[in-house]
Design a binder for this molecule. Structure first.
Ligand SMILES: C[S@@+](CC[C@H](N)C(=O)[O-])C[C@H]1O[C@@H](n2cnc3c(N)ncnc32)[C@H](O)[C@@H]1O
Length: 218
């Protein structure tokens, strides 16, 4: 139960998505068995549609975990794509490196080990898509670096922005999550009102914010 959409809506939407096969399915099973929080199936499908429709080739991701979403995005982006993903946890970094090797995607996916707050400072180049999927309470701090490296008309996608419904209503709020909730509400208000971005928040998965960079941030 995500508290984002009714269970029957979520189940129906998921039933329409073709089932994963091969090693991608193995990774989904691994994540489930080991409680690794990977993107929900409808979010994976959402990323595939955006990547293919916008001919996305260069992707920056914050939060690699086992490399599942990096692989999903790289497979959707196809030949010549480049995914740079940042992960601070050593064992996740090792697992993602192993998984990317098994999938023969080392040429397309590079994982940078370290805290994104530090690693992002050294990022170079321009990206077609930035995917934020780590440390919900720090999205605001990641934002200036992400926008700096996002091309005009590029897409910023942030996962878990509705955080089990807690962002939208205090009725679902768990007290110890109050700081994250306050920060996320501020972040969503910020990206929804910045003249440099056009943003929509969508109730799929744990909540997605999709923004398009419409002008340079000065
Ligand atoms: C939700 S998981 C990412 C899942 C992945 N995107 C997927 O769907 O396959 C979040 C990951 O972000 C990492 N993380 C959290 N804070 C971070 C930070 N400040 N810098 C880099 N990685 C971070 C965690 O260690 C965790 O592996």
């Amino acid at each position: 139960m995500s508290n984002i959409a009714h269970d029957y809506i979520e189940e129906y939407i998921r039933s329409l998505i073709p089932e994963s096969i091969g090693y991608i399915k193995t990774l989904e099973e691994y994540a489930k068995e080991n409680n690794v929080p990977i993107i929900h199936p409808e979010v994976a499908q959402f990323l595939r549609v955006l990547i293919k429709s916008h001919n996305v080739k260069r992707i920056l991701e914050v939060g690699t975990a086992i490399g599942y979403s990096a692989l999903v995005m790289a497979l959707a982006a196809g030949d010549g794509c480049e995914v740079v993903s940042i992960e601070k946890n050593d064992s996740m970094y090792e697992l993602a490196t192993k998984n990317i090797k098994i999938m023969n995607m080392e040429k397309n996916i590079k994982i940078l080990k370290g805290d994104a707050l530090e690693v992002l400072k050294d990022i170079e180049g321009e990206y077609d898509l930035v995917f934020l999927d780590a440390a919900k309470g720090h999205y605001e701090k990641f934002l200036p670096y992400c926008l700096k490296h996002l091309k005009i008309n590029g897409l910023l996608i942030c996962d878990n922005v509705l955080f089990r419904g807690m962002i939208a209503t205090n009725k679902l709020l768990i007290r110890r999550k109050i700081t994250i909730v306050k920060r996320m509400r501020k972040y969503l208000s910020n990206i929804s009102n910045m003249p440099e971005l056009e943003t929509v928040v969508l109730p799929i998965g744990d909540g997605i914010a999709l923004s398009c960079k419409v002008k340079e941030v000065l």
